[in-house]
Write a protein that binds this ligand. Structure first.
Ligand SMILES: [Zn+2]
Ligand SMILES: [Zn+2]
Length: 349
């Protein structure tokens, strides 16, 4: 008889209390979710440390608060708004391809039932559209009536002759519209995929890119204001106490590094918005088959600066917006060098 011995895995002394803790918080069983929670905890702690040290050490700020409470109230308001914006962005949906497909399928089923039940046109009953297609047909909205299937809708977004199988995600098994990408962290395909933000523990895509930009804006403003408060303290109280100076200088240096990083990120994302690009499209342009043949200086999805900004700021989060790839003629027109007349007529706008 053969006896097969299986070694029991070694358990560290922390495993048992950890298991007990996870029993009370089942949402933390997933390691990815646990690390995202840790990042959020670190972010809140860092914010509290910066503001706490300021109010504990800077006596002048307390005096100023008593004399001018509005000043401190505005600062604290920015502090809380930034944190709220961070949490809202971290839980907001980036716009998943699967959700858009399900919504369209449900709308198709609803329309079929409505048309069978009544002879009245279904479009009048269905209300707002759920999927919008932008392109040469000037904003064709997919409403209740005349709704194509998902496969047909996606196929129409690519130039003629493209095999739909090329654009089918091998992980989700769904047809990806242009600008979508499968995120391996979220394990889902995201519409207008920008990047997966480790800091937020969420993907940034069509549904939350605007929120993300506002978060960057608020965080930059908060960093700048906090930096000014730290500098004004050091200016008035330098050499009063070496340990206080040391704490304030160390915090000011890390704050300055964060501010530079945030400013660069804000400028970078503002540039992306103005040209209607995503980080993924800009960085991996040569690896995206349908962008490979387009000249570098041409932004295929740009509709002019003002229209790009309008769509970014005023686009409804309840609508899944699909963008069609430009035809070769449209690409050629966009790659045409600027003339004096183009500058006068504001072609880029
Ligand atoms: Zn996928
Ligand atoms: Zn992701």
């Amino acid at each position: 008889m053969t006896i097969v011995g299986i070694c029991r895995p070694m358990r560290s002394p922390w495993d048992q209390p950890m298991d007990r803790c996870l029993r009370f918080f089942p949402c933390l069983i997933d390691p990815a979710r646990r690390s995202a929670m840790c990042v959020k905890l670190v972010l809140v702690t860092v914010h509290l440390v910066y503001i706490g040290v300021l109010f504990l050490i800077d006596g002048d700020l307390i005096e100023k608060t008593k004399k001018e409470p509005v000043y401190t109230a505005c600062y604290l308001l920015l502090f809380f708004v930034t944190l709220i914006q961070y949490f809202v962005t971290s839980i907001s949906s980036p716009g998943y391809v699967l959700d858009a497909m399900m919504t369209l399928t449900e709308r198709n089923v609803l329309y079929r039932k409505t048309s069978e039940a009544s002879s009245l046109p279904a479009s009048g009953k269905n209300g707002s559209f759920v999927v919008a297609v932008e392109g040469s047909q000037a904003g064709k909205n997919i409403s209740g009536n005349n709704t194509p299937t998902w496969s047909k809708l996606v196929a129409d977004l690519y130039p003629m002759g493209t095999t739909i199988r090329t654009w089918t995600c091998s992980y989700c098994n769904v047809e990806q519209p242009p600008r979508s990408k499968h995120c391996h962290d979220c394990d889902k395909c995201v519409l207008q995929f920008d990047h997966h933000c480790v800091w937020l523990g969420n993907c940034i895509g069509q549904g939350n890119h605007c929120r993300f930009w506002w978060y960057l804006c608020e965080e930059t403003a908060l960093c700048l204001w906090t930096g000014i408060l730290y500098i004004s303290y050091l200016k008035d109280h330098i050499k009063s106490s070496w340990w206080r100076d040391a704490i304030m200088i160390v915090l000011l240096i890390t704050l300055s590094i964060s501010l530079i990083f945030l400013l660069l990120l804000l400028l970078f994302h503002s540039y992306l918005i103005l040209t209607n690009q995503t980080t993924y499209e800009l960085v991996r342009r040569r690896r995206i088959p349908y962008l490979r043949g387009i000249p570098e200086r041409v932004h295929p999805f740009s509709k002019g600066v003002s229209r790009n900004v309008y769509n970014f700021c005023c686009g409804s989060s309840s609508v899944y917006n699909m963008e069609r790839l430009p035809t070769p003629q449209e690409t050629e027109e966009k790659s045409r060098p600027y003339t004096c007349l183009d500058v006068v007529t504001c072609r880029c706008c």
